[in-house]
Ligand binder design. Structure first.
Ligand SMILES: Nc1ncnc2c1ncn2[C@@H]1O[C@H](COP(=O)(O)OP(=O)(O)OP(=O)(O)O)[C@@H](O)[C@H]1O
Ligand SMILES: [Mg+2]
Length: 409
């Protein structure tokens, strides 16, 4: 199934764009699910229909069904869902959460705070993704559109399957080793709650099964992120950073959506002239900066974009000749090249800054840190006998040279 995620700075139009994409796809005949993964749900407001934690059929009113432009084909179906992160977290982390809660309580922490702490950072994002994944697998959808939370949280959602797996596996190993030694005796001596086997079973299931599935899903070439921006400096800067972070984790990004563009007719008016010019500059700038990603434009509408009819029009303006479900740009991946002197790795890192970059070799992994994000990239087996020789950042591409280990070193 094709999955499209929308993210961007707060308030730029993510929910609107996600809903418009889904309506456009359904009208063009696809069985589509649009899911809100933002804890502050507004998808229901945009679709003008109350939504819940299970997919609900969204049906067009008589006017849309009848109107020529708004034809809703037989086959196309739109369903919508607002994931309840709390409930999902409870379900997937149930035993682990309960155990952590008992530990925090034991340490004298207030119930409410202990409950918060026990949720672990990122647990909500992870379980939200799990819920979306479950529905994506269960329903026979052609397309799943995800309305994500603003950038920071959305990136956590996408990178956690990889990051959490490493960390949790390590914790599990330590805990299992510890409890094997401590449990039988200590049970009667210390009042500190010790994890029972159920906690381990849950944690293991989570780490080995679910995280693997999620990792496969987010790195599948049919899963792509689209960055929503408006013609404003700060918004564009945040999207650039997101683009770098996504690339670091090899999460494909296939388009930029430029929302709230002044319609041409208005840009010609004397009053809007300067605004129109500035916006045109920004548009060209965005096209250059994000190249080769296509930049889809959506006009500033005269009123809020809610209800199927307006969403349908908005979706048509956005995609026009393009198909909303297409992968609009295929992302480059990490690749290795054999050279006379050794091996060179190419890692795409658009807009990365050399002064914010650090690359080190730790055992069999290459640990790449850019700004506040870090990825540990497992090296292919043959490279394990190579040393890190040089690192270069060239036009958005990180080049890492490896040379064969000196004999005896
Ligand atoms: N192209 C547009 N023309 C006019 N109004 C728009 C347009 N795009 C979005 N809006 C309006 O702007 C407001 C914010 O849009 P939306 O909720 O889609 O943003 P968001 O990025 O999802 O926000 P949040 O970060 O809060 O989730 C809404 O009232 C929406 O109707
Ligand atoms: Mg939103």
């Amino acid at each position: 199934v094709r999955v499209v995620l929308y993210t961007g700075k707060g308030g730029v139009g993510k929910t609107t764009t996600a809903a418009a994409t889904a309506v456009c796809a359904a009208r063009r005949g696809l069985h589509t699910l649009v899911a809100s993964a933002d804890a502050a749900h507004s998808l229901g407001d945009v679709l003008e229909q109350p939504l819940g934690p299970e997919p609900q059929l969204v049906t067009p009113g008589p006017s849309l069904r009848a109107s020529r432009t708004g034809a809703w084909p037989q086959r196309g179906r739109l369903e919508a869902i607002e994931v309840d992160a709390r409930v999902e977290t409870e379900r997937h982390w149930g035993a682990i959460h309960e155990y952590l809660f008992r530990i925090f309580r034991y340490q004298g922490i207030e119930d409410v705070v202990a409950d918060e702490l026990a949720l672990l950072p990122g647990a909500e994002e992870l379980t939200t993704l799990l819920a979306v994944e479950a529905w994506a697998q269960a329903g026979e959808y052609d397309l799943v559109v995800v309305d994500c939370a603003p950038t920071g949280s959305a990136l956590r959602l996408l990178t956690l399957p990889e990051v959490a797996r490493g960390t949790l596996r390590f914790l599990l190993r330590v805990q299992r080793a510890l409890s094997a030694v401590v449990t039988p005796l200590a049970r009667n001596l210390v009042p500190l709650p010790l994890p029972d086997t159920r906690v381990f079973r849950d944690a293991e299931d989570f780490v080995y099964q679910k995280l693997r599935t999620l990792r496969q899903r987010v790195s599948d070439p049919r899963t792509t992120t689209r960055l929503v921006v408006t013609p404003e400096r700060m918004v564009i800067d945040e999207a650039l950073r997101a683009h770098t972070d996504l690339a670091l984790f090899e999460l494909p990004c296939d388009a930029v959506v430029m929302n709230r563009m002044l319609p041409e007719a208005a840009a010609g008016e004397a009053f809007f002239e300067d605004w129109g010019r500035l916006q045109e500059e920004r548009r060209r700038e965005v096209e250059q900066l994000f190249e080769p990603l296509p930049v889809l434009q959506a006009p500033l509408q005269d009123d809020e974009v809610t209800g199927l009819e307006r969403l349908a029009a908005h979706g048509e303006a956005l995609f026009a000749e393009r198909a909303p479900q297409d992968v609009l740009c295929s992302a480059p991946h990490v690749r290795f090249e054999m050279r006379e002197s050794g091996v060179r790795a190419y890692l795409p890192m658009p807009h990365a800054r050399a002064d914010a970059l650090e690359v080190v070799r730790v055992d069999d992994a290459l640990v790449i840190t850019h700004a506040s994000r870090r990825r540990s990239l497992a090296l292919p087996h043959p490279l394990r006998h190579f040393d890190l020789a040089a690192v270069r950042l060239e036009a958005g591409m990180l080049e890492v040279d490896f040379v064969r280990e000196e004999a005896g070193s």
